[in-house]
Design a protein around this ligand. Structure first.
Ligand SMILES: O=C(O)CCC(=O)C(=O)O
Length: 318
């Protein structure tokens, strides 16, 4: 698997976005945004330690492996609530994850009030004036207010893995690796016929992705033979650009990983952004797998609803 191009020039990043080409952006400390330097676990504990947060928990740390047993898939969709402090102390070591898809600091162009303290740090990415600075070097003032849709916060420990998917909003994604390390395997949208796709997900079991790390491509199984994956080995300070509709499978490596994902409008920055062309399709032919997935989602939905309204958890989490 080829590793993704690394760049340090904001102009090149804008070109990559315009051309739908993934890349890793990283600049020296002087040009990093303040929150990329100050956000440590201790800093977050100080700011939001008392805040109740929604987390997901599965003993296997797989969110959500299509090869998992039925009740394992259900368990991976169950929510739990605890203070951020408790999550860091006990949740992270147990494999719980605060997912950016549940935890929005900024949502559909509006600040989420309970996360305002963190938003105050992050808002430097929004443009303050109408003047476009052609010599801009870092990511402060990067987004027009109308471009940025939603910001999700991710916190997790080592060993967590997230299912292959593309972001179904169709947005572009700038993913800031603030602390820790992650490996992200990306596939272009055109690879969908080989990714066992169902809706926005790819349903190959998690173990399948191991073979992509083999140097010898010929020793790989037929599964990924016609695909074009690229690997992003993210370390602290990296910002990964995931173009709209690109599939991504994520392995959490660091002992404590902190990321924010900025989802922003495809149409405003991409060359062909406004086109409504269909770029992916459904290639999973195992209808039993889909049925299993749908049933597990419905059961998890009901269990989460019962838990939210009564506090009763019917299915033990592990
Ligand atoms: O970090 C992860 O596990 C998933 C990240 C992701 O899917 C995203 O940023 O859209």
């Amino acid at each position: 698997m080829e590793e993704i191009t690394r760049i340090n020039d904001t102009g090149i990043l804008r070109d990559k976005i315009a051309n739908n080409e993934p890349c890793i952006f990283n600049v020296n400390d002087a040009l990093k945004l303040e929150f990329q330097k100050t956000w440590t676990i201790d800093y977050l504990l100080e700011k939001i330690g008392d805040l109740p947060v929604l987390v997901r928990s599965t003993p296997t740390k797989k969110y959500i492996d299509p090869d998992e047993k039925f009740w394992g898939v259900v368990r991976a969709m169950l929510l739990d609530k605890m203070t951020f402090e408790k999550f860091i102390e006990t949740g992270v070591p147990e494999g719980k994850i605060m997912s950016g898809t549940d935890t929005y600091i900024y949502c559909n162009g509006k600040v989420v009030d309970r996360w305002r303290k963190l938003w105050e740090d992050v808002k430097v990415i929004l443009k303050k004036s109408e003047i476009v600075d052609k010599n801009q070097k870092g990511l402060s003032n990067f987004f027009e207010t109308t471009h940025l849709n939603t910001i999700g916060l991710w916190v997790s420990g080592t060993g967590v893995k997230s299912i292959l998917h593309y972001d179904s909003s169709g947005d572009n994604n700038l993913n800031f690796q603030i602390r820790g390390k992650k490996n992200v395997i990306l596939f272009p949208p055109s690879d969908w016929p080989y990714l066992k796709t169902f809706l926005a997900m790819g349903l190959h079991g998690f173990d399948s992705y191991k073979e992509l790390y083999n140097k010898d491509k010929n020793s790989n199984s037929i599964k990924f033979q016609h695909t074009n994956p690229v690997l992003a080995k993210l370390v602290e300070g990296d910002v990964l650009f995931i173009p709209s509709n690109w599939y991504h499978y994520v392995e959490h490596i660091g002992a404590c990983n902190i990321n924010i994902t900025c989802w922003f409008n495809k149409s405003d920055m991409n060359k062909n952004g406004s086109s409504k062309r269909k770029v992916t399709g459904q290639s999973n032919r195992n209808f039993f797998l889909v049925l299993r997935f749908i049933c597990a989602s419905i059961i998890a939905l009901i269990l989460n609803l019962i838990w939210k309204t009564t506090g009763i958890r019917i299915l033990k989490k592990s």
